[in-house]
Design a binder for this molecule. Structure first.
Ligand SMILES: [Zn+2]
Length: 74
């Protein structure tokens, strides 16, 4: 289980969407982050985030599942 956060302050993000981050990520929003709790994977954390927000994306730096998805799409 790892700790996940989502940024809920979109003005600081040029893409204007919400990004899910894992603990230890350099992009983790310390002030405006919403703590999602501990989850076994990104998709579980995403479901938690969707309870509060919409248009949620994964951080490409710290979410392995996102990188796998991007690699498969090419
Ligand atoms: Zn991140």
């Amino acid at each position: 289980m790892e700790k996940y956060w989502v940024n809920n302050w979109v003005d600081s993000n040029p893409n204007k969407d919400h990004e899910v981050h894992k603990e230890g990520c350099q992009h983790l929003p310390l002030k405006n982050g919403l703590y999602l709790g501990e989850h076994p994977d990104y998709y579980s954390a995403l479901r938690e985030a969707e309870e509060y927000l919409y248009e949620i994306d994964a951080c490409e730096e710290c979410i392995e599942e996102f990188r796998v998805k991007s690699a498969n799409a090419k």
